[in-house]
Write a protein that binds this ligand. Structure first.
Ligand SMILES: [Zn+2]
Ligand SMILES: [Zn+2]
Length: 134
């Protein structure tokens, strides 16, 4: 069971999992939305996810050409989870908001072509210059 909440506590969420993937996204949109060099993200099935509290959405066209929707607390502004229209069956949780963020174990780094040099991680991850092809 994954649980998390925003900085002020107004928004709570949980997911039964399973975790579908664990990555760090270095795309410029994630950098800008978060104010950091990359965002740790894990994916869960939308059917396993629920939240309560005042969530606001920001929708920006993502790399897929479809809107990438970022959900954040309307009270404190914490970035919490994504609901990408390119993958409507999935929710992407921004790992820093998890109650147990230490259990996150990323495997891949995405959009390393857009990653600033200072944001390279010590962890050995499979690197993708953009979004991985399947
Ligand atoms: Zn909040
Ligand atoms: Zn991104």
């Amino acid at each position: 069971m994954l649980t998390g909440h925003c900085l002020c506590g107004a928004v709570q969420y949980n997911s039964q999992g399973p975790t579908l993937f664990s990555v760090i996204c270095h795309c410029r949109d994630c950098q800008r939305a978060s104010g950091s060099g990359g965002v740790p993200v894990l994916g869960v099935p939308k059917t396993s996810f629920s939240y309560s509290g005042p969530v606001k959405q920001s929708s920006v066209r993502g790399g897929s050409g479809l809107p990438a929707v970022r959900n954040f607390c309307s009270e404190c502004g914490s970035l919490l989870f994504g609901t990408p229209e390119s993958a409507p069956d999935m929710v992407t949780i921004y790992v820093g908001s998890l109650d147990d963020s230490a259990s996150f174990s990323p495997t891949d780094a995405l959009f390393t072509g857009q990653r600033p040099p200072w944001a390279k991680l010590a962890a050995q991850l499979v690197e993708h210059a953009a979004f991985p092809e399947r």
